[in-house]
Design a protein around this ligand. Structure first.
Ligand code: GDP
Ligand code: MG
Length: 432
């Protein structure tokens, strides 16, 4: 038996989807367990590019059971469209290979409006993807939100639940719309949303999702009893974690390694491997501290080379050098057992590569991550780049400079590098 989890250690978009798709080859179940349709992952398999938000990347392997766990919040429309899109691309999405937990929370249209409303009310914008994910988690914590199981309630009971869930939005939006009218808040007016509309929304998409909704615990228990391989596919990352990341510029859930297993419904002692995914540079979507950011030609070059534009929003991602202090800091709270380093091909295009190995902080040199990251200035180590990875299929076949670079990462972080990405296609994965 083995349970492996794959988590991001930077600001997301490290290539977790790709790593998970690679691992899924031998798996019986792959579970997506946190976040919602604010996440996006791209998998290139057999020359075809698949962009996903809510479906686990394993969906393109019909022999694997892809699961959406209790910790996820799912927008019914986005999920339904993704299912249909996959089917159009001849990807099997059937009861036999896809399950949604009865406990998965539902994102409704008013959650998107709330996302926009909260951003309008604050001065320091989070820069959320505006997909209603934060407000869904908020209403989950408020204990008014709908879960997948609620789609099976009779009309009267479901409408009652929707009414309770909508109440907060209706009070707030009426109030804020008045302020907009008076010129006190600058924003587009917020939509009036009725119980009837959200009920119809639920019924429309229930048709597409209903067959997949199930109790996930017995399925996981059986797989564990049968010694099957289970992969838990993380979303977002350690530094976007609401407890351990750059609060308040974080996501509204706990995508750290512990939150990720919790969201799947698997206890920490059952997890054999925690694979932390990083890339050879850093990118960030949205606002918040970014110590190694390069708002210059280098950053632009990295963005172009790495195609750093959001899967969900198409926004250009902020880019900068790899910050190993951040990765090392995430080692203990993540319980890392290995690293997957992606984009070794991408960074090799640069003649000189920098890696952050410490910070200047209030007159001192430090190698930990303080809570006030904005007071840190990076200290870099330089590497000679200009390497090519195209012909390499093993670690030994990589150019010496690229090998040294990987060895340095391992030594600095104190965790072995197990996988290396040398291209977007999952076949371009080197197992070290
Ligand atoms: P996720 O959110 O962590 O799953 O990552 P995304 O899929 O959002 O972003 C990673 C992007 O980098 C995707 O477009 C991948 O196809 C691409 N990618 C991942 N690993 C590599 C790699 O080793 N080399 C190259 N060139 N591209 C990669
Ligand atoms: Mg992504």
């Amino acid at each position: 038996m083995a349970i492996k989890e794959i988590v991001g250690l930077q600001y997301g978009d490290e290539g977790k989807g790709r790593a998970s798709h690679f691992e899924a080859k031998n798996a019986s179940i792959v579970i997506r367990s946190t976040g919602g349709c604010n996440a996006g992952h791209t998998v290139v398999a057999n020359g075809v590019k698949y962009a996903m938000h809510l479906l686990p990347s394993s969906i393109i392997r019909p022999e694997v059971l892809s699961m959406i766990g209790p910790g996820v919040v799912a927008d019914l429309k986005v999920l339904s469209e993704e299912i249909e899109q996959m089917r159009k691309a001849n990807i099997q999405v059937e009861k036999s290979n896809f399950v949604i937990s009865q406990r998965t929370h539902i994102t409704l249209p008013h959650h998107r409006e709330l996302d926009r409303l909260y951003e309008a009310l604050r001065n320091n914008k989070v820069g959320t993807t505006g997909r209603g994910v934060g407000p869904t988690y908020e209403e989950k914590a408020r204990r008014t939100n709908l879960r997948m199981i609620d789609l099976f309630l009779d009309e009267k009971d479901l409408k009652q639940k929707i009414e309770l869930n909508l109440k907060n939005y209706n009070i707030l939006s009426t109030n804020v719309n008045e302020q907009i009218q008076l010129g006190k808040i600058e924003a587009e007016k917020f939509l009036e949303i009725t119980v009837e509309e959200e009920y119809n929304y639920c019924m429309k998409y229930k048709e597409i999702v209903k067959d997949f909704i199930a109790d996930t615990y017995p399925i996981i228990e059986k797989a564990i009893e049968e010694n099957k391989l289970i992969i838990i596919e993380g979303a977002q990352s350690f530094y976007l974690d609401n407890d351990h990341g750059d609060y308040p510029m974080t996501t509204s859930s706990n995508p750290n390694a512990s939150g990720t297993v919790s969201g799947a419904g698997i206890g920490p002692t059952l997890v054999n491997e925690v694979i932390g995914v990083i890339k050879t540079y850093t990118s960030r979507v949205g606002n918040g501290p970014f110590i190694t950011e390069q708002k210059n030609e280098i950053g632009d070059t990295i963005r172009e080379l790495g195609h750093e534009y959001g899967t969900t929003t198409g926004r250009p991602r902020r880019t900068g050098w790899l910050d190993l202090v951040m990765i090392k800091h995430a080692k203990i709270p993540s319980g890392l057992t290995s690293l997957c380093v992606n984009h070794l091909d991408t960074i090799g295009n640069l003649p000189e590569i920098k890696v952050c190995i410490g910070y200047e902080y209030k007159g001192q040199t430090i190698t930990n991550v303080p809570i006030d990251k904005e007071n840190c200035k990076p200290i870099y180590k330089e590497f000679k780049g200009g390497w090519k990875t195209e012909s390499a299929t093993t670690f030994e076949e990589l150019p010496k400079e690229a090998q040294d670079y990987i060895h340095f990462i391992e030594e600095f972080v104190g965790v072995p590098v197990k996988y290396i990405g040398v291209g977007a296609d999952e076949k371009r994965t080197i197992v070290k």
